[in-house]
Design a protein around this ligand. Structure first.
Ligand SMILES: O=P(O)(O)O[C@H]1O[C@H](CO)[C@@H](O)[C@H]1O
Ligand SMILES: O=c1cc[nH]c(=O)[nH]1
Length: 289
């Protein structure tokens, strides 16, 4: 039995941060960083079962072309992903009344739709990237046992050697996306990629305002890194933890991003919302196809 100090349930039976109940979770769960993106996605639903908000976590479940879909905003960062993915898993795989882990597990299809900064000069702003692998600069997965069983350790070592990884930085971890969700979403208009999830938007992605960074050459080394057929394509801030926790817990996970900036050519598009609208429609149609 899981103690109430470890799994906190609110008085109304909902889970601590998300304020959701087990029956409210669809098999397809879309995760987005920006709370306003939840409304944008829900605008495509033919009916909406509920909309709930606590802190930065806005959730709604509805139907798109006969497919039941839950959308949740995670806010920014892998620390929030620790909350969202663990609570989602508890909602479907732990009996919240008896506090026992269920014998038969449910596997969710978790798809993150995000914005991102490109890392290769030939990847223009407004492109879509599907993350085949995530590289976590955030360190979250290193806290969990058995993380080595679901990580690409050879990729990690090659990456650390190539970048001459600075000793003060957290050990990076590398986890693959779900093959099942990749098959569902892959498309000629989407580029396959390898995505770094950084624990910050500024220094951890090589942005210098007033503070110098510990390894100013890191982005150049990232751009020139090759491993088999893989090259690193983009930076964002959540994918690694979604892939890592989902792999450990038995859920399918995939991230698709709109590039709104390019870290190498130093471009950025702050008016990206029409492109995000198109990406949302693209993902919904793939899920419901
Ligand atoms: O657009 P979202 O999904 O928030 O994703 C990206 O944008 C935020 C940073 O601006 C980070 O969350 C990053 O991962
Ligand atoms: O450069 C970018 C753009 C969006 N999100 C990020 O994390 N980085």
């Amino acid at each position: 039995m899981i103690k109430s100090s470890e799994l906190i349930i609110n008085k109304d039976g909902s889970i601590f941060h998300l304020h959701l109940k087990p029956e409210q979770i669809a098999d397809f769960v879309l995760l987005v960083g920006d709370p306003s993106r939840v409304k944008m996605i829900a605008a495509h639903f033919s009916d909406i079962e509920y909309s709930i908000q606590n802190r930065e976590f806005y959730s709604t479940t509805g139907t798109y072309k006969d497919t039941r879909i839950t959308v949740i905003s995670t806010g920014i960062g892998t620390d929030n992903i620790d909350i969202v993915v663990n609570e989602l898993d508890a909602l479907v795989n732990i009996d919240l009344e008896t506090r026992e882990v269920k014998e038969t597990k449910r596997s969710l299809n978790i798809i993150r739709i995000g914005t991102s900064g490109g890392m290769q000069k030939d990847l223009p702003v407004n492109s879509y990237v599907l993350s085949r692998k995530a590289i976590g600069f955030d360190g979250l997965l290193n806290f969990y046992a058995n993380r080595e069983a679901i990580s690409d350790l050879d990729f990690e070592q090659n990456f650390m050697n190539h970048t001459d990884w600075h000793p003060w930085l957290t050990k990076p971890y590398v986890v693959n996306s779900s093959d099942y969700l990749y098959e569902l979403l892959q498309d000629p208009q989407v580029k396959d990629g390898v995505t770094i999830s950084a624990p910050g938007f500024y220094g951890p992605q090589g942005r210098e305002l007033r503070l110098p960074i510990v390894d100013p050459d890191l982005n150049e080394k990232i751009e020139s890194f090759h491993y088999n057929d893989f090259q690193i394509t983009n930076y964002e801030m959540e994918c690694s933890a979604i892939y890592g926790l989902s792999a450990l817990l038995g859920h399918e996970a995939l991230t698709i991003c709109l590039l709104i900036a390019n870290r190498r050519s130093k471009e950025a598009n702050e008016n990206y919302h029409p492109h995000m609208e198109k990406l949302v429609k693209f993902v919904l149609d793939k899920i419901a196809s």
